[in-house]
Design a protein around this ligand. Structure first.
Ligand code: GDP
Ligand code: MN
Length: 369
């Protein structure tokens, strides 16, 4: 679960990580009073997508009128189709240098890793490997001050900044551990005349550990279709591409998505409708598939407990009742395959036996851009 910046910053404060003075607002007019109090302010959209700065979601204002105008503008901005419900209005920091500091999990190395760079800010993805210091944290040893000093040495940090990092890094690490986060990131960590201050906050909590954090608000990240799928108990994720994919089992669905990508297609979604679904459930899953307005349907069935005839019957029913005339690529093998094929053939659909052919066919069915 990703936290909004303003929530991340509240948590930072609880862990003694300095943040700018500021307030959240729900109406643009409120920005005026805050600008009166704080002087020059930075106004920031509160959405869960990154790169707000580059998308115009971070603005400065040097007087109340300008603050209100910028707030009005930012409230109208959409990030991946989502507008901000709130904005964060903060004192504008006098930033001398933008640093980068984060803890995340290195799943290959199976340990937390500290990331630090003197070249933080909006282009952090472009920072070269030598300038981004990676320090794996040994879980049984923990993060000791010598490790932080070593990271400072590797980055070329000395003096006052090192002293400040020796305070802030353990705080962020403690937060990272205590809140079961997958990511605790400060970018930029602003070097100012008043010391280092977290100008941004990105905190992602491990969903499987959320039950240990009843005090945290629950942030809704799911799209309307994903919520609908959740109610139906279906594993569904929207992916933004053009080929709607449905398969029976998480593994087969994942490999179908891989193949779509391999052959140059883009998947609209992940949808595993499980093994042994009945007619009604299969029909519901199919309806969900149509929700993203895909260009092509790709259905990949390897029937074990799933019966091919049930899937075929559900498909034909939904096709007729919803009047679907999208191109479809079907792969159908396994239990009751012959019966399933007969049902599809009656509806004019030829099913493949190989997954590879079915995916290639689906990609070929995509309309030219
Ligand atoms: P992001 O683009 O979503 O990561 O949003 P950030 O909160 O990181 O802001 C983007 C950029 O705005 C930062 O890299 C800074 O360059 C700038 N910025 C944000 N807050 C301040 C501030 O208080 N003072 C100054 N001078 N720049 C800021
Ligand atoms: Mn940032």
């Amino acid at each position: 679960m990703k936290l909004y910046e303003y929530l991340g910053k509240k948590i930072f404060q609880a862990f003694d990580i300095p943040t700018p003075r500021g307030y959240t607002i729900e109406k643009a007019e409120e920005a005026g009073k805050i600008a009166e109090e704080l002087g020059t302010v930075v106004i920031k959209s509160q959405v869960l997508t990154g790169k707000r700065g580059k998308a115009g979601g971070v603005a400065f204002a040097s007087n109340p009128e300008q603050a209100v105008a910028e707030a009005q503008r930012i409230f109208q901005l959409e990030f991946d189709g989502v507008k901000s419900e709130r904005l964060l209005v903060e004192e504008k920091l006098q930033i001398e240098q933008e640093l980068y500091l984060a803890f995340t999990i290195d799943s290959a190395a199976r340990c937390p890793v500290m990331l630090f760079s003197l070249d933080g800010g909006m282009d952090v993805e472009e920072v070269s490997e030598e300038r981004m210091i990676r320090w794996p944290v040994n879980n049984s040893v923990g993060l000791h001050p010598y490790a932080i000093r070593e990271v400072c040495r590797l980055a070329g940090v000395t003096g006052n900044l090192q002293k400040e990092l020796l305070k802030i890094v353990p705080s962020l690490y403690r937060l990272f551990r205590e809140l079961d986060t997958e990511l605790a990131e400060i970018n930029p960590l602003a070097l100012t005349p008043q010391g280092i201050i977290a100008a941004d906050a990105k905190v992602t909590i491990d969903d499987d550990a959320l039950y240990r954090h009843q005090d945290l608000p629950r942030i809704k990240e799911k799209t309307a279709l994903e919520l609908q799928a959740e109610e139906l108990g279906l594993a569904y994720v929207e992916l933004g591409g053009e080929i709607a994919v449905m398969a029976n089992g998480a593994g087969i669905t994942m490999s179908t998505l891989d193949l779509v990508q391999h052959y140059g297609g883009t998947a609209a979604n992940f949808l595993d409708f499980g093994g042994g679904a009945d007619l009604e459930r299969t029909a519901k899953a199919l309806e969900l598939l149509l929700g993203t307005d895909p260009k092509v349907l790709l259905i990949n069935i390897f029937g074990g407990i799933t019966r091919c005839d049930v899937v075929a019957e559900a498909f034909v029913q939904v096709k007729e009742s919803k009047g679907i005339d999208l191109p479809v690529s079907f792969r159908l093998v396994g239990t009751k395959e012959k019966e399933g094929r007969a049902i599809l053939e009656k509806a004019g659909i030829q099913a493949f036996t190989g997954m590879d052919e079915a995916v290639r066919h689906a990609v070929a069915l995509m309309p030219a851009p």
